[in-house]
Design a protein around this ligand. Structure first.
Ligand code: BG6
Ligand code: MG
Length: 219
């Protein structure tokens, strides 16, 4: 039985994944490196420093840890400036209603995100009080595809991993959900083409039908 749903944030609740793309593109351009949507897909779900390594992989220059730290901070400054544009109306269609409908069915809801900007984004979306638990990049040492953030969210909820579903746009997130022993639901991004996903949805409302795909009641 699925008793809790853990949502990724960027690319699942709202399109801040596009702001990440813009910020990394600006950094890559300043370094004379190529960066496109395909490469950006590989950044989905992984930490800021792991993202930087992917951005730098074609570079002929070997940067010091201090230089890399400065680059990551620069990307984050660009990203945070873009986050000032986030409004409550930027929440993806159907998300707010689905969160409420899940609550009405007494299904616990949580965020499981690699981002250290999670609470800033949720505040801007006016969703900071909507979740029963928030696990983010400030809680964990290993980012997706490691299961740590989802296990952390389940622990905060007090629900066993086998009774949790994860909603993800990142292939790394699907991998993390399976490693955590959870049902992996793909919604957007490269998660949708990942064969490890248990379910693919195109609208948040379809989460209310998970009972059908699980062969079990959702609550
Ligand atoms: C994830 C994004 O949610 O957060 C990744 O999908 C990003 O692309 C990661 O690298 C870390 O985000 P932040 O906000 O801490 O730089
Ligand atoms: Mg995401």
């Amino acid at each position: 039985m699925i008793r809790a749903i853990i949502f990724d944030l960027d690319g699942v609740i709202c399109s801040t994944d596009d702001y990440h793309f813009e910020a990394w593109k600006a950094l890559a351009d300043s370094l004379g490196l190529s960066f496109d949507r395909k490469k950006n897909d590989r950044l989905r779900g992984v930490s800021r420093m792991a993202s930087l390594e992917i951005v730098l992989e074609e570079s002929q220059i070997s940067y010091t840890p201090e230089e890399k730290q400065a680059m990551a901070e620069k990307e984050n400054e660009i990203y945070k400036a873009l986050l000032c544009n986030v409004r409550p109306s930027d929440c993806f269609p159907g998300v707010r209603e689905t969160l409420q409908a899940l609550k009405d069915r007494e299904v616990k809801i949580a965020i499981g995100s690699s981002s250290k900007n999670t609470k800033n984004i949720l505040t801007r979306l006016e969703l900071i009080d909507a979740f029963d638990a928030i696990a983010d990049g400030t809680d964990v040492t290993h980012s997706k595809p490691d299961p740590e953030v989802f296990l952390c969210a389940a622990g905060k909820l007090g629900i066993s991993p086998s009774e949790c579903a994860v909603v993800e746009d990142a292939s790394a997130g699907i991998q993390a959900a399976k490693a955590a022993g959870m049902l992996a639901v793909a919604f957007g991004g490269d998660a949708c083409t990942d064969p490890r996903a248990d379910v693919v949805i195109t609208k948040p409302q379809q989460l209310l039908d998970l009972a059908n795909v699980c062969g079990d009641a959702i609550c």
